[in-house]
Design a protein around this ligand. Structure first.
Ligand code: F6P
Length: 318
């Protein structure tokens, strides 16, 4: 193995650049070459491949986004597209590949492994929706961004005795909402794992207001409510004024946190070493503070059970 390919795929996540740096640096340490593939699997299909030098990645660890760019490729979803990708990799002399991305991207990585390419996946997604790892790269940074934004909203809510609904990302995983509330960011939360109906949200708000708490943050995971309807319902039912803030793409950008940068470095180096040691079809993760690796075929079993965290939250929000 002399040439390793690396690509980022799916939604970008802060810390992806720190992984790229770690991959290139570790490879260089072991006298291996790294080929950067632009724009994820779609860029691979278009042959957008160039050599990445250690000098090029020297100062990227603190940058948000991904210098390689990313995409969601429809063509790669088809078997014919994946076979084409294998041909292109072979023609470039790339027989090992590191894929950085979320669940869909790691599924794509698994498919390439089945077609004979040596592949290691690294979880890069702000959603933290991969059960095999306690943290995916980007989640910690995004959580901090969410908390910073909510802190600002709280200042104005407090001054006006207002309630704000804050919608956070996460796709079908409530971790961003859950951890934000655990960190003191919100008083009422509704997640796909523990959804609240509108009347429950209203009765929780009513109780808090009768206890003297006039400004409240309701954190909800995206895709759960028609936000305008939810806002109007609460306003009419409780006769209060409510605002709604959708944090949107602010959550995906920004400089990665120290935690994400260190995790990214750890995972990037581990991925290179796994490939060097003959592993393929593996995903790198972190469990109970230890870097682990697991078969790509076994990682998409769903979102991790966070019952312990929800039990903790009950005590904090009551
Ligand atoms: O997976 C990351 C994520 O930001 C999700 O939280 C969100 O649902 C989705 O991507 C948004 O995707 P798009 O970039 O296609 O709008």
């Amino acid at each position: 193995m002399t040439k390793i390919g690396v690509l980022t795929s799916g939604g970008d996540a802060p810390g992806m650049n720190a992984v790229i740096r770690a991959v290139v640096k570790a490879a260089s340490h072991y006298h291996l070459e790294v080929m950067g593939i632009q724009c994820g699997f779609q860029g691979l299909l278009e042959g957008k491949i160039h050599r990445l030098t250690p000098l090029e990645v020297e100062d990227i660890a603190d940058r948000g986004g991904t210098i390689l760019k990313t995409s969601r490729s429809m063509e790669f979803m088809e078997e014919i597209g994946r076979k084409k990708a294998v041909e292109i990799l072979k023609n470039q002399g790339i027989n090992s590949l590191i894929v950085i991305g979320g669940g869909g991207s790691l599924k794509g990585a698994e498919k390439l492994h089945e077609l004979g390419i040596k592949v290691v996946g690294i979880p890069g997604t702000i959603d933290n929706d991969l059960a095999f790892t306690d943290y995916s790269i980007g989640f910690d940074t995004t959580l901090n961004t969410v908390l910073e934004c909510i802190g600002k909203i709280k200042d104005t809510d407090f001054s006006h005795d207002k309630t704000t609904i804050v919608e956070v990302m996460g796709r079908y995983c409530g971790d961003l909402a859950l951890y934000s509330a655990l960190a003191g960011g919100g008083e009422i939360i509704s997640t796909p794992e523990k959804p609240l109906d509108v009347n429950t949200i209203c009765s929780k708000l009513r109780l808090r207001m009768s206890n003297g708490k006039k400004d409240n943050i309701v954190i909800v995971t995206e895709r759960m409510y028609e936000l305008q309807d939810l806002q109007r319902y609460i306003e009419e039912k409780l006769n209060i004024s409510v605002r709604t803030t959708v944090l949107g793409f602010i959550q995906r950008g920004g400089n990665p946190s120290a935690f994400d940068r260190v995790l990214a470095s750890n995972m990037g180096v581990t991925a290179v070493e796994l490939l060097m040691n003959g592993y393929s079809g593996q995903a790198v993760g972190i469990k109970e503070n230890k870097i682990i690796h697991k078969e790509l075929g076994n990682i998409n079993a769903g979102i991790a059970d966070k019952q312990d965290k929800y039990r903790l939250l009950e005590k904090l929000l009551s």
